[in-house]
Design a protein around this ligand. Structure first.
Ligand code: SF4
Length: 246
């Protein structure tokens, strides 16, 4: 794993999904096989495989302190092309410092991660009026998770993290992206732990390749998505959970 400390030029970037996005890291130790963020390699000149390099933007909090007073208040996504709670965050605490600044300035924030390390920052989320915290959960089946996300935390720990956040009165959501086999059972395990679910198909190109490399039959196709999303939406309806398919 190549880890480099870098000085970024800017940190509050315009986003197509929220008003802004903050990525305290370039690259992601989770290295999920389906990750669309691997396109970052093209822009950063990294030759290492995706998941085997991380540039740490050590000046991210200092940049944010400056930029937040100059830009129009808007919603912020943390993060878009890295996991803000990948293992290096334990040491660098860049996400933590950025979130504290956003809270102080009362900006709305959506945090999205696959890691229970997010629980470390519970004290920041508590009392932050417009914060919500999402755990990405792609399946109920941890053997499927191991195929696609071998370096990301087990599904059970993510569900437990959601539960703890929700019990602490923090608004929570589960991001089901990409929807993988086993996702149809997520409604019952997430009931009472997430305020709402978002199902995002994402691009199955890489995921489908990994699936076939392991000799599994099901094609991650339009039909698979329609069937699995349909089952999940129907279970959510029965359990009274808000569920949006995008
Ligand atoms: S955690 Fe997110 S950003 Fe990191 S490799 Fe997985 S999909 Fe990509």
């Amino acid at each position: 794993m190549l880890v480099r400390e870098i000085q970024a030029k800017a940190i509050l970037s315009v986003s197509q999904i929220y008003d802004y996005v903050i990525n305290p890291y370039v690259g992601c130790q989770h290295g999920c096989s389906y990750c669309y963020a691997r396109f970052m390699k093209r822009f950063t000149g990294h030759k290492e495989p995706w998941g085997e390099f991380v540039d740490v933007k050590v000046n991210a909090p200092a940049l944010l302190e400056r930029e937040i007073t100059r830009k129009k208040r808007g919603s912020v996504w943390v993060s878009g092309v890295c996991d803000p709670y990948q293992p290096l965050e334990k040491k660098y605490e860049l996400t933590r410092q950025c979130l504290a600044i956003l809270k102080e300035h009362k900006w709305p924030v959506a945090v999205q991660t696959r890691s229970p390390l997010v629980l470390r920052d519970m004290n920041i989320f508590k009392g932050a009026k417009d914060f919500e915290v999402g755990l990405t959960i792609t399946t109920t089946d941890d053997s499927i998770r191991r195929l696609f996300e071998p370096n990301a935390p087990p599904i059970e720990t993510r569900i437990k993290a959601l539960d703890e956040l929700h019990k602490a009165d923090i608004r929570t959501y589960a991001m089901i992206a990409p929807m993988l086999p086993g996702a149809e059972g997520l409604a019952s395990v997430l009931a009472g732990k997430a305020d709402y679910l978002i199902v995002d198909r994402m691009n199955y190109h890489y995921a489908d390749r990994v699936y076939h490399e392991h000799g599994l039959d099901e094609k991650l196709s339009d039909q698979f998505f329609a069937r699995t999303a349909g089952q999940l939406v129907s279970s959510c309806r029965k359990l009274g959970i808000e569920c949006t398919v995008v």
